[in-house]
Design a protein around this ligand. Structure first.
Ligand code: ATP
Length: 241
């Protein structure tokens, strides 16, 4: 579904942030992207979603293909309409707008009114709390609810591939577990997911496959079970010895 080959990215004149990344996301999978601060996880998602330029970044070499379409030169709205939708780090919800207005703002990728209605129903079922709070200002939601809103807003574009950038950031363990279950449910409903996480326990519990990025390179790749069993991953990311 998504293939990334030899992807090199840099910001301005600084040294490359990604040094030639290869990865594949299958249509029926969750791919976890692990790695410590600055490893290049967000950069990878920005490259796929077409938002690198907003951060003064650019693709130096390599290619990103989604269902045969080269994404590298497309603008973000076009990529959303192809079915690839991202939830950026830090959620970026519109705090002064109501929950409902946030959700409506996310519907730009839906192709028809029927698709939009189906997406709204899906969000309703996944996150009943958002429907209960539809008229409240989004800034009044808890951190976990804001993350749900950010995911719900992305789902309003009826994605076939959802890109999540650290959805667990700053959330309590119980809420993180809930987000993890939701990611799996979204996958079971037929949406592929790339899950960028520093929380390796949650991510490997949810994912089918995983890669570990280290300073802009893929250091390890395999099934989630293989990586969970890897001594390097245990030592560095799972708190083992
Ligand atoms: P984090 O979890 O901290 O977001 P990350 O793995 O997502 O880490 P990136 O944010 O992709 O890492 O950063 C990769 C490298 O690119 C780092 O060296 C970082 O300093 C650099 N970088 C990221 N964004 C920019 C930017 N807008 N301008 C310049 N350099 C950047």
């Amino acid at each position: 579904m998504l293939t990334v080959r030899g992807l090199r990215v840099r910001y301005g004149r600084s040294t490359a942030a990604l040094h030639g990344i290869d990865l594949d996301v299958s249509a029926d999978g969750v791919l976890a992207v692990l790695g410590s601060n600055g490893a290049g996880k967000s950069t990878l998602l920005r490259a796929v979603s077409g938002t690198l330029r907003m951060h003064r970044g650019s693709i130096d070499a390599g290619e990103i293909r989604y269902d045969g379409h080269p994404l590298g030169r497309l603008d973000p709205a076009r990529i959303v309409r192809l079915g690839v939708v991202g939830v950026p780090e830090g959620r970026q919800i519109f705090a002064r707008m109501t929950v409902e207005e946030n959700l409506r703002a996310g519907g730009i990728g839906a192709r028809t009114a029927a698709e939009r209605a189906a997406a709204r129903k899906r969000v309703d079922e996944l996150f009943p709390v958002l429907t209960e709070r539809a008229r409240q200002r989004a800034g009044l939601l808890s951190g976990g609810e804001q993350q749900m809103l950010a995911i719900g807003r992305a789902l309003m574009s009826a994605p076939r591939l959802l890109l999540l950038d650290e959805p667990s950031l700053g959330l309590a363990p119980k809420v993180v577990a809930q987000i993890g279950r939701t990611v799996r449910e979204i996958h079971d409903q037929g949406t592929a997911v790339v899950l960028v996480e520093q929380n390796a326990v949650m991510a490997l519990g949810v994912a089918d496959h995983a890669v570990v990025l280290e300073v802009g390179r893929v250091a390890l790749a395999g099934t989630a079970a293989e990586l969970a069993a890897s001594q390097d991953v245990q030592r560095l990311y799972l708190g083992g010895h």
